[in-house]
Design a protein around this ligand. Structure first.
Ligand SMILES: Nc1ncnc2c1ncn2[C@@H]1O[C@H](COP(=O)(O)OP(=O)(O)OP(=O)(O)O)[C@@H](O)[C@H]1O
Length: 588
């Protein structure tokens, strides 16, 4: 800001000195009495040159300063927006439309990002300094009335021009249905589904559809722009007329001998400087940048107010829990903004050191139960007790580190194999012995040996030397990550569909070692594969939001309820297809 203001002050100094130089020329040439000496004139010229050079340098220095500032601003804004969203240990705020709106506003409306808005602040300030300074020059040297007229016209037209720009930008960034569809199609082709598009030969369809949606999406922008053109020409004409009138008045005063040469030579550039200080675009950018800045500042408080985090009471030793059990007591739950209870008066106890399997049809609420266990959501009714202590009284950050989980949509980091595994317990990232152990347990040791850079291979083909893994290989990596967390001391292991992408042999291996892998921790396994489920110490059926059956595999088969029916249905499929290699595994 200092540099920008200095630049405009130096600009005005150039105007004043130029006026003095021009005004002094006749006297110096005529060597008139009382006129400036040649030496004095030379000093004046030297001063003009020095100020001019300085003024020419400031934009370059300003650009460099802004580039450095801009990088820092973008970084700070990135942190300022993401940090409050990441900090809470639960996730309900990420589905709260008020929070999401505020986040959108903080990112900047109408393509005016906060960094751009704030980055424009110095330029706007500089143009304001030029406006006021030049108006004072015109006022002092010529006429305050003309100065006031020029300032009024400039500000009025700037305000109106800003409105036109803002409207056009709002239409542009209105994020119409068509624009969003075009963006979706673009990402589909470039990022999300390049393989499927080729397999189905959809290239031509995608391009044609993209062009159609894009054109439809931007039609309102062009309509608005067409409407704006005549107003823009009109305001431009008015501006020109006001400046022209002011210069005409200066010219007449000069011809009438009322205005000396120095004043004429100073006033004319000052009038032009007022004209070019009009900056409607900058005003809109700064105004929106500042409103985004306010939203960013309010974001943490809004999240804290609307989604208060429980205050952890240090009386409990969360880091060794659960020593006995985790108990769901009369728990009901519905997602925010939903009118359907996913869980209803559910009672369930998971004992420490016990392998518990949870089965149920699609959408029964199994993954939801895991989210509650991890404190991602709070029950709408009832309590979750860990060794008799309400989960809401525990330090959630510590509790969440006690849980090792493979969730259905586990993360596939485009980083090295090591990073993908040690993210299970970053504080133990250097524990190579544990790393080697989980590699054996999860069956990724062979895979790592085959990879070009072993543990350092990046698991994303878009990076140098990176590779793509198959779905099943990724699942083993996720299993290794969860086991690494268990070795680092996690007390609860959650495996949500750990075998979904595994081949028959890998699944059989997992089944064989399942109880060994989960010994010593409370484990919850969710699977539609009964070959996995039947090995658990205890099996619970989740239906209609509550536990309807509870027992060992044999007990539940004897009961002849839902579990038995589901198991027989799946087993029959293998029995009627004896050539299916999976039947051997099942028999085994
Ligand atoms: N974030 C959410 N907001 C609203 N409803 C949700 C959300 N996540 C899940 N649901 C709904 O909650 C219900 C239970 O979903 P959940 O994922 O827990 O089922 P699931 O038993 O794990 O199913 P699956 O076997 O298919 O994985 C479903 O009806 C689902 O549509």
């Amino acid at each position: 800001m200092g540099l920008a203001v200095l630049g405009s002050v130096l600009g005005m100094a150039v105007t004043l000195l130029t006026g003095q130089v021009v005004g002094a020329v006749p006297g110096v040439i005529d060597d008139a009495p009382g006129a400036m000496s040649v030496a004095g004139f030379s000093w004046l010229l030297a001063a003009l040159l020095a100020v001019f050079v300085l003024q020419s340098l400031t934009p370059a220095i300003h650009q460099v300063a802004m580039m450095i500032m801009d990088a820092a601003l973008v970084r700070e804004i990135g942190v300022g927006i993401t940090e409050p969203l990441l900090r809470p240990r639960s996730v309900a705020h990420l589905e709260d439309t008020e929070v999401l709106d505020m986040q959108e506003r903080a990112k900047g409306k109408g393509g005016f990002h906060l960094a751009q808005g704030l980055g424009n602040l110095p330029w706007l300030l500089a143009s304001r300094v030029t406006l006021v300074g030049s108006a004072v020059i015109v006022g002092v040297m010529f006429s305050w009335l003309v100065a006031a007229m020029l300032v009024a016209v400039t500000l009025l037209l700037e305000w109106y021009g800003g409105r036109l720009i803002a409207r056009e930008i709002d239409v542009w960034w209105g994020n119409t249905e068509e624009q969003r569809r075009a963006e979706y199609l673009f990402n589909l082709g470039m990022r999300d589904a390049p393989k499927e598009l080729r397999v189905f030969g959809l290239h031509g369809w995608l391009v044609e559809r993209y062009v159609r949606e894009w054109t439809a999406g931007f039609r309102p922008v062009w309509e608005r722009r067409r409407k704006n053109v005549k107003w823009s020409v009109l305001t431009g004409g008015l501006h020109l007329a006001a400046n022209g009138l002011a210069i005409l008045l200066v010219g007449r005063a000069a011809l009438d001998g009322r205005l000396p040469l120095t004043e004429v030579a100073t006033t004319v550039p000052a009038i032009l400087a007022i004209g070019v200080s009009m900056n409607g675009y900058g005003v809109v950018q700064v105004r929106r940048g500042l409103s985004a800045y306010r939203a960013m500042q309010e974001l943490p408080d809004t999240i804290a107010e609307r989604h208060p985090e429980p205050v952890a009471t240090s009386r409990h030793r969360t880091e060794t829990m659960p020593a006995r059990e985790v108990r769901f007591e009369n728990v009901s739950f519905r997602y925010p903004d939903s009118d359907k209870d996913v869980l209803r008066d559910l009672d369930l106890t998971i004992h420490a050191h016990e392998a518990l399997a949870l089965v149920g049809v699609n959408g029964a609420g199994k993954s939801t139960l895991v989210k509650l266990l991890g404190g991602a959501y709070k029950p709408t009714k009832g309590r979750i007790l860990v060794d008799g202590v309400d989960l809401s009284e525990l330090d959630l950050a510590v509790w969440q580190r006690r849980i090792a989980a493979i969730v259905q949509d586990f993360l596939r980091f485009p980083l090295s194999v090591t990073d993908n595994v040690v993210f299970g317990a970053v504080e133990r990232a250097d524990d190579e012995i544990a790393l080697a152990k989980v590699a054996r347990e999860s069956g990724i040791d062979d895979l790592v040996r085959r990879l070009p850079d072993g543990w350092d291979t990046v698991l994303d083909k878009t990076f140098d030397g990176g590779v793509d893994l198959s779905g099943g290989e990724w699942q083993r990596i996720a299993l290794a990550r969860a086991l690494f967390a268990v070795h680092a001391g996690a007390g609860v292991l959650v495996l949500d569909e750990p075998a979904a992408a595994l081949d028959v042999r890998a699944e059989a291996e997992l089944v064989e070692r399942y109880l060994e892998l989960t010994s010593g921790v409370a484990s919850l396994i969710i699977s539609h594969r009964f070959s996995v489920v039947r090995n658990a110490d205890r099996i619970c059926v989740l239906a209609d939001g509550r536990i309807t059956e509870d027992g060992t595999h044999e007990q539940l088969l004897d009961q002849g309820g839902t579990y038995a029916a589901m198991f027989r249905l799946q087993a029959e499929r293998y029995v009627t297809a004896p050539e299916d290699p999976e039947s051997e595994v099942l028999d085994a």
